[in-house]
Design a protein around this ligand. Sequence first.
Ligand code: NAD
Length: 328
Amino acid sequence: MAQPVRGARTIRRAVVTGGAGFLGSHLCEHLLDRGVEVVCLDNFLTGSPENVLHLMERPGFRLVRCDVTDYVHVPGPVDLVLHFASPASPLDYLKMPIETLKVGSLGTLHTLGLAREKGARYVLASTSEVYGDPLVHPQPEEYWGNVNPVGPRGVYDEAKRFSEALTTAYRSSRGTDTGIVRIFNTYGPRMRFDDGRAIPAFVGQALSGRPLTVAGDGSQTRSICYVDDTVTGILAMAFSGHAGPVNIGNPDELSMLRLAEWIVELTDSDSSVEFIDLPVDDPKVRRPDTTLAEKLLDWRPQVPSEEGLRRTVDWFAGQLSAREARVG
Ligand code: NAD
């Protein structure tokens, strides 16, 4: 199969940290589809080998249990390092604050070291959370954000802000070919039912006939991007030479209440909506300005939310039936 060419360099072999997680597993799959060998590094803190089970037989795929905060050693050539290891859902990083800060600091340091040693392109998975509770809307890359460093979410937001600073320093002072993507809320198959993020929570509640728990009055907004679109944007960045940061997300914005109602419709559920307390420092609005991604990467999301949500609901429904069949 023809190998993807990036500038004068051919990408033959990639390392994906956090490759057994939600986004990482889709990245591994898309890279293999493009003829790139993949070394997937994961300590299974929030991910699972099950997410890459279907890739185990594919030529060129290797799964290695590794905590990237200890050290990172990969024998052989590496052309691309995608650093995606980190707890990502608020439930996970609030439960694991130190692990989150360590993977954002030590994990980023070690993976940048790997990219430097191998002369590889490096892409950091940053996040829209670097904008915090934004005072500018929608958020362009030039906006510096509004983050509370000592609030509960600070462990994630500041870990990612530090990662961005370290990545930028490796580019300017060590000459490493780095890129930063700021990913906005992404959803799709292989999210965990219990990861605390709104879409799996709502779908799980709707499929089992429980009330959908909407935080606050549900008027806070998010922009949700289907996983295939996010992965295409990340890989466009990986195969470019751009430094970023570049926002990757879907500018279609919707309120949490509308999202809950939509999921009730799509699942044909008769679940009601129940309002619960808003989490501390919860952002009120979130929408990417994607002008830069369109200009630099010629990338824009293609999957309409209705279609993406339908595919996601179908996947979760399949998981639930398989689980019920196993139980008896
Ligand atoms: P996820 O929790 O499903 O995946 C993270 C993976 O990293 C897991 O497999 C976990 O086991 C692994 N991991 C954590 N600490 C590790 C360590 N020390 N060593 C090795 N592996 C480790 O989360 P996700 O949603 O797939 O997010 C992946 C990346 O994308 C994260 O860096 C996250 O910050 C970023 N991101 C995701 C979203 C989103 O909407 N999903 C949005 C913005 C940014």
